[in-house]
Design a protein around this ligand. Sequence first.
Ligand code: 13P
Length: 244
Amino acid sequence: MANTRRKMVAGNWKMNGDTALLSLFKAQLKSPENVDVVICPPAVYLSESMGADFAVGSQNISQHESGAHTGDISVAMLNDLGVTYAIIGHSERRQDHGESNELIGEKVNLALNAGIKPIFCIGEPLEVREQGTVFAYVQAQIDAVLDACGEQFFDNSIIAYEPIWAIGTGKTASPEQAQEVHAFIREYLSEKNEAAQDLRILYGGSVNASNAAELFAQADIDGGLIGGASLKIDDFTVICQAAN
Ligand code: 13P
């Protein structure tokens, strides 16, 4: 069966960028006809990001709905602005903030309940790849989220496979290495729910203007989650076009 999944390219600005960069992106970035383009700026710029030719996502959400949680941002606030996506479980939040698989499951569930589309991140560190246990590692990450969300996971979620050793290192997974894990993820999820055939699985980790097209041409790679190259308007435009 032909793959009818619409491609997505999401830019994760991480803790980078400023109002000048945002103005440039708002003025110049266009979503190609067949691609969902999303920019995930730091939270302080979310409001200012609205109203452009791209969708907007947050880089994190609170697991709490409201109240005494200083520094946190709720899904209700994202809905209030019209933010449609949220990156959840990025490896940098797992590392910097000790986010566990279980906490990430709660957050993905909360996002889905609120109508925010989660970009749920998984991926292994180098040791796990060297030990040859990548599938078991990502399966455990997925299982925790399925336990928390149940079948609703399959309605509006996006998965981003980001091998940690490829993030910000310039060491991209080869298209074959990435495809192998993407195919595993889709097969594993399809055993649970046929709707996994329609679920978008993005690749992230040193995607750039030169390697994007080859990665996006793989059967189970439905676009990318882009870090460093999403801060450069020309490179990011090329990457969005590569998905078209
Ligand atoms: P880089 O594209 O900078 O490797 O970052 C990938 C990433 O972590 C996106 O979320």
